[in-house]
Design a protein around this ligand. Structure first.
Ligand code: ZN
Length: 112
């Protein structure tokens, strides 16, 4: 869906995902969303998602699910209240994991 920034998975992110498998990556995504984005007032909002270090972080920046300002602006989820379970599931499954799967498919064939 949103291709806001020129962000892509790096070789080490791909290797990490192949090693861990998508189910593990998904459970990490759930964790990050729950701990870093779901609270009404997340700690360090706007800076809680590093640019690198985990494939889910790259996905969050690429899909504007990195902070509450981006969620409000791009996904119309208002700031200042806790995310519902349904919103968290939507962000993980419909946004982040979809982006990751598409990235994996796209680059898999291109010899990277
Ligand atoms: Zn953001």
């Amino acid at each position: 869906m949103l291709k806001l920034f020129c962000i892509f998975l790096k070789a080490n992110d791909r290797a990490y995902m192949r090693e861990k498998g998508l189910d593990t990556i998904r459970s990490h995504a759930c964790d990050f969303i729950r701990k870093r984005l779901a609270p009404a007032e997340p700690a360090n909002d706007g800076k809680q998602t590093p640019m690198r270090g985990h494939p889910v972080f790259a996905a969050q920046h690429a899909t504007a699910t990195c902070c509450r300002s981006c969620l409000e602006k791009w996904h119309r989820i208002p700031k200042g209240r806790e995310l519902t379970e349904a919103e968290q599931a939507y962000l993980v499954d419909e946004v982040i994991m979809k982006w990751i799967k598409r990235e994996m498919e796209q680059k898999e064939g291109s010899g990277q």
